[in-house]
Design a protein around this ligand. Structure first.
Ligand code: GLU
Length: 284
């Protein structure tokens, strides 16, 4: 079977045990399927990404015994492709500019007449303050949001997708997308940089990814990705969302959990096999 997967870290901190698990699992699955393993550096958030963290990623992954194809796709080198996708969705009438700050959204979402604020995959569901604005009236400092209701209604049928281990295939639903996901941001305020949901979809297609292997924390974002693929005429890969590596208290690891950083285990003399044992993966 044709099998192409990827590991797509953001260089905003040290890789920890959770990243090691994700990268090793994707690499092992590609090897077992006689497939390809690619690396992608997700560095569109220029305020938080650093070249030092990027170098550390290559270093840690090589130490773990991983090999990947070069050149590596760095999202900061690929911005024209995101601009094309944004223009395409804008011309389809599915985007609108938004000038709301996080504070504006918090206030509007918790206004008394709105009831309890609802959380979606990106935090508070957008209350729609700027939804009346036309795409043509956008300025350089606006975010670009997907008009979810229009996006859903644009498609004759909502797409299905395959999640490994889940049968039958999962279908997107209008109610879920409109009411529990809402108008997600596809290009950020101020910088205009592509937001994660857009860049991930454009790049998975550009890299010919057939299997997306990533943590189950990203499972709630998958319907957004599948919807964008359908709108942009891109193929939908098979999704595999794996368990998360948790700390001793059962909390999932975050970038700030430097105690679990691969670099620290390395400095303390651990071997790559020790890391595999710690995350519950068999020897390579
Ligand atoms: N860049 C994302 C992260 O570091 C992963 C994106 C993905 O695998 O789809 O969490």
């Amino acid at each position: 079977m044709h099998f192409v997967t990827r590991f797509a870290p953001s260089p905003t901190g040290q890789l920890h045990l959770g990243h090691a698990y994700s990268a090793l699992l994707a690499h092992d699955m590609a090897k077992a399927a006689d497939g390809r393993f690619l690396l992608r550096i997700e560095d569109t958030d220029t305020a938080r990404c650093t070249p030092e963290f990027e170098t550390q990623i290559y270093d840690d992954l090589a130490w773990l015994g991983l090999t990947w194809e070069t050149p590596v796709l760095r999202q900061s080198d690929n911005t024209p492709a995101y601009d094309v996708a944004i223009a395409q969705l804008g011309d389809m009438g599915l985007l609108y500019p938004c000038s709301c700050t996080r504070g504006d959204i918090r206030r509007a979402a918790s206004a008394p007449q709105e009831g309890a604020p609802l959380l979606g995959p990106d935090g508070l569901i957008y209350p729609g303050t700027c939804r009346h604005r036309a795409w043509e009236d956008r300025t350089d400092t606006d975010a670009m949001r997907l008009h979810m209701e229009r996006a859903v209604d644009h498609l004759p049928d909502l797409p299905y997708y395959t999640e490994t281990g889940v049968h039958p295939a999962l279908s997107l639903t209008r109610d879920h997308l409109v009411h529990e996901v809402g108008d997600v941001v596809l290009a950020r305020r101020d910088t205009g940089a592509a937001a994660y949901h857009l860049s991930v979809v454009v790049d998975d297609a550009a890299q010919g990814i057939t299997h997306v292997i990533r943590g189950e924390d990203l499972a709630p974002a998958t319907p957004i990705h599948v919807l964008l693929q359908a709108l942009l005429g891109l193929p939908t890969p098979i999704y595999h969302h794996h368990r998360l590596i948790r700390d001793d208290a059962g909390k999932r690891l975050a970038k700030r959990d430097d105690a679990r950083a691969i670099a620290l285990y390395r400095a303390e003399g651990a071997t790559p096999q020790d890391i595999r044992d710690m995350v519950g993966l068999p020897a390579a």
